[in-house]
Design a protein around this ligand. Sequence first.
Ligand code: C6P
Length: 414
Amino acid sequence: MSAAPAHPVPLDIERLRADFPILSQRINGQPLAYLDNGASAQRPLAVIEAERNYAETMHANVHRGVHTLSQRATDAFEAARERVRRFIHARSTREVIFTKGTTESINLVAHSFLRPRVKPGDEILITWLEHHANIVPWQLACEATGAVLKVAPIDRNGELDLDAFRALLSDRTRLVATAHVSNALGTVLPVREIVALAHARGVPVLLDGAQAIPHFALDVQALDCDFYAFSGHKLYGPDGIGVLYGRESLLESMPPWQGGGDMILSVSFAGTTYNQLPFKFEAGTPHMSGAVGLAAAIDYVDAIGLDRIAAWEADLLQYATTKLAQIEDLRIIGTARDKASLVSFVVAGVHPHDIGTILDQHGIAIRTGHHCAMPAIEFMGVPATARASFAFYNTRAEIDRLADAVRSARDMFR
Ligand code: C6P
């Protein structure tokens, strides 16, 4: 294997990689090349230690106790909320709801925002490249209410047909819900245009930011979206914690979606009054250590700088695209002009699952299958793809190993 050319973006990658203990492992006798970051990114020591410190020094239930530990836990939990607010530039912590992740955030909007507002024949507009988490909650809402799900088409490159999207916006559209970045194809959607077109017709917009949040700086005010959903585990943070950003005026107008402790001000059998934002949407004991870990992940990412991360990853994407395109019989699935840091591909004559299994023998972790985006993958005319998704801790040398291992997989099946 020839040495990869030096990366043009100045990141001290060896020092950064040392922050991620899991990356120094050998898998099947080979150094791990973790290229499955789109499914879940790895955690730096700073996150692991923040969660551990929480457990060792401050764990108790939040918002409930007068004792010192409960106050410490509450302070840490609410400080984490404020950290998220600053990271995404929300106006207020009342707009930051902690959830289990992107999936739960979208379901919350489907239940609390959409269902009470729609009548039979009203429409929800999504796109063809959505993750199932941004399809099925709307299908369930449609089944329950008689609303209709409209789907804006994509083209063969995996780009949204913006004219068709515009044409599908109608007087009956009650919500637009689209990905910010496609997890299956890597397409970065034109979210500013989407928001502008929808708002011009008075339609609110939810953005599924699961695949965007680790790659670009987010300013929900500049973007002017109404809801933004993301997961901690794709942002180098813990699993089981995520965020729903919601515009305060909309959140205020929405009923709670789950009942229980913490989301109430008073309960009697005559009636219950609900707590203020954001607690109205956080029934039950939340994932407190997860929130603390997420705040540590945000600190970590901010210390590197999302601009530098984006530049590093843009180079990785370009390098991987060039390297993989040189492989005979390999076809890249998803060739949008604006892509985030992942490459989906197929190799003629080799099932993606076989590619994934062979790569694993080389110590390389990728994802294979339909990536929970079956309509998008089927539209591209393939049953499944192999997907390499990059984080800032990946290197050109790992991409060289990926390309070499894909070549050997192809050769095995020739
Ligand atoms: N995509 C992937 O390998 P959760 O599971 O709630 O953290 O995220 C769901 C989700 C929603 N939208 C998009 C665009 C996503 O990519 C994901 C998660 C992973 O692509 C696991 S299926």
